[in-house]
Ligand binder design. Structure first.
Ligand code: GLA
Ligand code: ZN
Length: 662
């Protein structure tokens, strides 16, 4: 697809809902947007009742006017399809399009995504509105891209979904005999002798059934998404992209499957309560960058505060700018605020916006204006550049779901465990990709597979080839326990990877008390979880061992290292305390010979984006509120201030620098 993946300009803007305002207001809005330095807005999502006030009758005039007026001010449009907000007339005519929740209740009109994603009638209505939009707006040169729907998130338990689940299972398993086998259905008399007997899982259920339900939901959304793409794509120029705005670590479906057919990934970032923790939010940006393995759009972010948390504090003055640069440093090619202006009514009256209810700019407007000015200064420099990583963290939705349903220790959370590996890397400014556990691994020096529970033969072969060719692989807890049907493998952990690891797991322990652990030059504890390792090879080295604790773990190996082919495999059986984890990751960084982007004091982040000509751009962000001194390995030119620095750069609280070598 010849879609413009590296736009020749950077985008900054917001979501804008002109349908909520009389047209005479728009010029004032647009003038303020222009003064804010905006060059993009997102329109149309949720506007179904204005676009199609009754079945088959379309009103595009207002959108034509809005797009033209914005274009007149140099502002491009991202067009949203409005399917996340099926209108009242549609729901009234076809109540069956409303989703049914787990308790068998139809959900109500008036919120969002209230549709059954598999409803034939809903598909018909969605296709009709998207087709009409595609025909009318497809050729519009001011539209740079399309966003489908908004934050897919609903599960439906209606009879139609259940029937379609059966069809899905039939095509996946072929026969009931196969399904019964894979799911061990003799257990608790679950044997099925007709497809119609298979329920949709409500609450805990057979692990095989639960995993297939997630696959079914993913396929349902894929189909719904495809239906829209099929209408749109033929009407769009090849430079116009299609995306969907995802919600970071949302666990509703497999995001790798969902992004396959999209041109670019985008996501919506909200801090909610509290403040930016860059070592945490970095995972979400890197996750989004990993979907398509290319830069992404930050389609929504908060101008100050949200309205949907128990505590909706505004972030500090300066923090919004640090957030924008943090996103850019991790590969965002656009930053859009949600939203431009507070509507008088509707559910989000207290949400942060740039223009308040009186039509005047809020204090944060000035900060966003500054971000636009920053971006304008470095657009040419940044265009086409991207983060490049030597380290990859593997992410697997199937493993995550499986663990989340059978945590075994209430505090064992798949995403927290992954972040536990990310944070020490982020603290050292080591650029990291987060990618699918099925992705190609070429170009990485170090691959970490946090809690890769499900190891298919294909995955095992991939990892083996990676290590044989000189890669460093770190395997962690719960690895290689199950197959792709969520059944236990007839092998000890880490399953087919044991040969690479030169060690295996004799048993695993959810920990009531932390267990002491001693490493080569550190000591600490394992908490939550511990695996007792057994060496399978004389050449396997013990990197850390457990101390006296529950008897079972006393003096047993906790972390091992093994050379295999030209590479090395570390098997981590412990869930280390934060200090020890930093030591472990420092060791991995060292042995895999990874270069951090820059050494910085705590709280200061440094990330590189590399241009296509190889030039390195270093983005340095002071995430603290106090001045920080950052030593420089070489003289630099700072692009926002236009100054040169020789040995050190000083950044005030929340200050940002964009550097190239002088
Ligand atoms: C989501 C939605 C937006 C808006 C924001 C508010 O991300 O996509 O429409 O409701 O939340 O934070
Ligand atoms: Zn349904």
């Amino acid at each position: 697809m010849a879609v413009n993946s590296n736009p020749s300009r950077f985008y900054i803007g917001s979501a804008y809902y002109p349908e909520q305002w009389p047209e005479e207001n728009w010029q004032k809005d647009i003038a303020l947007m222009r003064e804010a330095g905006f060059n993009v807005v997102r329109l149309g999502e949720f506007a179904w009742s204005t676009i199609e006030p009754e079945a088959g009758k379309f009103d595009f005039d207002w959108l034509d006017h809005a797009i033209a007026a914005l274009a007149g001010a140099g502002i491009s449009t991202v067009m949203g399809t409005p399917t996340a907000a099926p209108p009242a007339w549609l729901v009234h005519q076809h109540p069956e399009i409303l989703a049914v929740d787990e308790n068998g209740r139809r959900v109500q009109l008036g919120n969002r995504c209230h549709y059954c994603v598999n409803s034939t009638e809903f598909h018909r209505a969605a296709r009709r509105v998207v087709k009409a939009l595609a025909e009318h707006f497809g050729p519009n040169p001011h539209i740079v891209g399309w966003q489908l729907d908004n934050e897919y998130n609903r599960y439906c338990y209606c009879d139609n979904c259940r029937k379609q689940f059966h069809e899905f299972l039939k095509s996946r398993y072929g026969s009931l005999e196969n399904l019964n086998n894979r799911w061990t259905t003799r257990y608790w008399s679950q044997t099925y002798n007709a497809w119609e007997q298979i329920p949709l899982p409500i609450g805990p259920h057979n692990p095989g059934l639960m995993l297939e339900f997630k696959h079914f939901v993913t396929e349902s959304y894929r189909r719904f998404q495809h239906l829209q793409i099929a209408e749109l794509r033929p009407k769009l120029a090849s430079t116009v992209w299609i995306t969907h705005n995802f919600m970071e670590w949302h666990d509703g479906y497999d995001h790798y499957r969902m992004t396959e057919e999209l041109d670019i990934a985008s996501w919506d970032w909200y801090v909610g309560t509290g403040h930016l923790d860059y070592q945490l939010s970095g995972t979400a940006h890197d996750l989004a960058r990993g979907y398509k393995r290319r830069n992404f759009w930050l389609m929504e972010t908060q101008p100050g505060n949200v309205d949907w948390k128990p505590l909706n504090n505004k972030v500090n003055k300066g923090e919004t700018r640090a957030m924008a640069w943090h996103a850019i440093a991790h590969g965002a090619d656009a930053v859009l605020y949600w939203q431009w202006r507070s509507a008088y009514g509707g559910q989000e009256q207290y949400h942060g916006s740039l223009i308040d209810q009186s039509g005047q700019v809020r204090p944060i407007y000035r900060e966003v204006q500054q971000i636009s000015r920053d971006i304008a200064k470095v657009t040419d420099l940044l265009s086409g550049s991207k983060p490049v990583a030597e380290v990859a963290l593997l992410n697997c939705y199937d493993s995550r779901w499986s663990i989340q349903w059978q945590r075994h220790h209430q505090d064992f959370d798949y995403v927290s465990h992954l972040r536990h590996y990310y944070r020490p890397l982020a603290a050292r400014n080591v650029s990291t990709d987060i990618i699918s556990a099925d992705a190609a691994l070429d170009g990485y020096k170090l691959v970490i597979a946090p809690a890769l529970l499900i190891v298919t033969p294909q995955r095992a072969a991939n990892l083996k080839a990676f290590v044989e060719n000189g890669g460093h692989l770190a395997l962690t807890l719960r690895t290689g326990m199950k197959d792709e049907y969520n059944a236990l493998l007839p092998l000890r952990q880490p399953g087919a990877l044991a040969e690479l690891a030169g060690a295996e797991v004799e048993d695993y322990y959810a920990l009531f008390d932390p267990v002491p652990i001693t490493g080569e030059d550190w000591s600490g504890v394992s908490r939550i979880w511990a695996e007792r390792l057994k060496l399978r090879d004389d050449a396997t080295r013990i990197i850390a061992a457990y101390g006296a604790s529950n008897g079972w773990l006393d003096d047993q190996p906790a972390i091992t290292a093994h050379t295999y082919g030209k590479g090395q495999v570390t098997l981590v059986g412990a869930y280390l305390d934060d200090n020890s984890q930093q030591r472990l990751l420092d060791r991995l960084i060292r042995t895999a010979n990874i270069q951090p982007d820059l050494d910085t004091p705590p709280g200061v982040e440094a990330r590189k984006r590399i241009r296509s000509n190889g030039q390195e751009i270093l983005i340095v962000i002071n995430h603290t509120r106090t001045e920080q001194h950052i030593p420089l390995p070489w003289p630099v030119y700072e692009h926002l201030s236009g100054q040169r620095f020789e040995k050190e750069i000083r950044l005030a609280g929340y200050e940002v620098a964009v550097l190239t070598r002088a």
